[in-house]
Ligand binder design. Structure first.
Ligand code: SIN
Length: 281
C-alpha cells in the first residue's frame, strides 16, 4: 500500500485522505493513523474507493460497530446500508439531509460516525457542507458557556419523521417511514464532551433540537436560533465535493452537516451507514 497522505481541505475542519484502500482490512498502524486524522479533522474524504454494500458494512463494523437506523429503509439484503437516491426526473429539488443537522440526535445512543459513499453524482452540485462544533463552542463568551454548561436540550425526530412531516413527499425514490404517533423525546447535554478528545462541542442542531429541558419551545427559540446561526458561521465550515467512488466519514459528536439541493435534473446516488455511538456526556 502507498503512503497514507492527509491534506486539509479548509482551515476549520475536513481533510482529504489518499493512499488507502478501504476495501481491504486496515492494519493496526494504518487504522491508528486514520483515527488520529479523524479526531484532528473531524471529516475525512477519501476519493477513488471501490466499495459496495457488504464492504461498507465491514468497514462500519471495523470502525466501531453498526448503528441503528430508524425511519429509513435500507437495501433488501443489507438493511443497515441505506441508499440515498435522487433521480433526475424528481419533481422536488429538495435533497435528503438538506438542513443543517447532526445525525439522529433524537436517539439514546446517537451514532458516533456516519459513512457516505458516492455511487453516482451529478456533473456539478450535490456537495455536502460541514460545521465544526468545537469551534462554535470555543467562540462563545464565558458567560454563555457558563449558562449552557448545566443545560440539557430536548431532541426529537418530529420535524423530519413525525406523523405530519412532509419531508418524505420530496424524496420520491427513498422509502421513508414516518412515525404514526408523536416521536419520543430525548434529552442530551447542550455542551457535549467528546469521549476521545476530551474537547467540548456545542451540541444542538436546528433539525432535531426542539427546545431546552424545562423550557417551552418559544422560550428556547431565541437562544437556540442564536446558537444555530453561530454554528454555521462560514469560518467554522468546510465543503466536500463528490466524485463516484468518494467515501466521506464524519464525526457526529462534534460536527453538523447539510446536503445541498442544487442539482435538480441530475441523478445522485449514495450509500450510507452509521457507526454505533455512546451516551452523550
Ligand atoms: C445525510 O445527511 O446523511 C446525507 C448527506 C448527503 O447526502 O450529502
Amino acid at each position: 500500500m502507498s503512503q497514507l497522505s492527509v491534506t486539509p481541505i479548509a482551515g476549520a475542519l475536513g481533510a482529504r485522505v489518499e493512499g488507502l484502500d478501504l476495501s481491504e482490512t486496515l492494519n493496526e498502524e494504518t487504522a491508528a493513523k486514520l483515527n488520529d486524522a479523524f479526531l484532528k479533522y473531524l471529516v475525512l474524504t477519501l476519493p477513488n474507493q471501490s466499495l459496495n454494500a457488504p464492504k461498507m458494512l465491514k468497514l462500519t463494523q471495523d470502525l466501531g460497530g453498526v448503528g441503528e437506523t430508524p425511519y429509513l429503509t435500507g437495501l433488501e439484503d443489507y438493511p443497515d446500508v441505506v441508499p440515498i437516491i435522487k433521480e433526475a426526473n424528481e419533481k422536488s429539488a429538495l435533497t435528503f439531509g438538506a438542513g443543517w443537522h447532526t445525525d439522529f440526535t433524537f436517539q439514546i445512543l446517537p451514532p458516533s460516525k456516519t459513512l457516505l459513499y458516492a455511487v453516482d453524482v451529478p456533473p456539478q452540485g450535490g456537495d455536502t457542507l460541514y460545521a465544526n462544533l468545537y469551534l462554535a463552542y470555543d467562540a462563545l463568551s464565558n458567560g454563555m458557556k457558563d449558562l449552557l454548561e448545566g443545560m440539557t436540550a430536548v431532541h426529537s425526530a418530529v420535524r423530519s419523521y413525525g406523523p405530519d412531516s412532509t419531508m418524505k413527499n420530496h424524496m420520491e425514490n427513498m422509502k421513508i417511514n414516518n412515525d404514526s404517533a408523536e416521536p419520543a423525546l430525548m434529552s442530551h447535554p447542550v455542551i457535549r464532551t467528546h469521549p476521545e478528545t476530551g474537547r467540548k462541542a456545542l451540541w444542538v442542531n436546528p433539525v432535531y433540537t426542539i427546545r431546552f429541558e424545562n423550557m417551552s419551545a418559544a422560550e428556547s427559540a431565541p437562544i437556540l436560533n442564536y446558537l444555530n446561526d453561530l454554528i454555521i458561521n462560514p469560518s467554522f465550515t468546510c465543503r466536500v465535493p463528490w466524485q463516484a467512488g468518494t467515501l466521506t466519514m464524519w464525526d457526529n459528536r462534534c460536527t453538523q452537516h447539510c446536503a445541498t439541493s442544487d442539482y435538480q435534473g441530475y441523478r445522485r446516488e449514495m450509500l450510507r451507514t452509521t457507526v454505533a455511538g455512546d451516551k452523550p456526556i
